[in-house]
Ligand binder design. Structure first.
Ligand SMILES: N[C@@H](CCC(=O)N[C@@H](CS)C(=O)NCC(=O)O)C(=O)O
Length: 117
């Protein structure tokens, strides 16, 4: 079996990971999904915090870039477009399109779900 391009850690019903799934699908990459269990708090364990000191998800591992790790959903989407959108399917290519950044950042912080148990 061919190795996947990315590994994406997310929660099955938290919205932030699914935004990244949309970008991965749009760009046509293969990815493994790792569904974290909030109840056991595995996203707060030392091995997860070592990779992602924010202790939240989504988190992306790029196997095409030496296992480079990115977390925070908007940052992940920008990373994918900046590094892996060679056909400019989602890239911002004009000043008019730059308004997309304001909506990206508007959406990222206030609407990120903080799930507490
Ligand atoms: N602004 C962050 C929000 C990340 C976030 O809050 N993720 C939630 C799941 S959607 C989480 O990890 N919650 C667990 C916690 O806060 O302990 C992003 O967009 O990635």
């Amino acid at each position: 079996m061919m190795p996947k391009h990315f590994t994406l850690s997310l929660h099955v019903w938290a919205p932030t990971g699914w935004k990244v799934v949309c970008v991965l699908n749009e760009l046509g990459f293969s990815y493994e999904t790792v569904y974290l269990d909030l109840c056991t708090g595995e996203h707060k364990l030392p091995q997860f915090l070592k990779a992602n000191p924010n202790g939240r998800f989504p988190m992306l591992v790029d196997h095409m870039n030496d296992g480079f790790i990115v977390w925070e959903s908007a940052a992940i989407m920008l990373y994918l477009v900046d590094n892996h959108d060679s056909e400019k399917r989602l890239a911002v290519t004009s000043n008019v399109d730059r308004h997309l950044y304001q909506w990206l950042l508007f959406q990222a912080s206030p609407q990120g779900v903080r799930l507490r148990y």
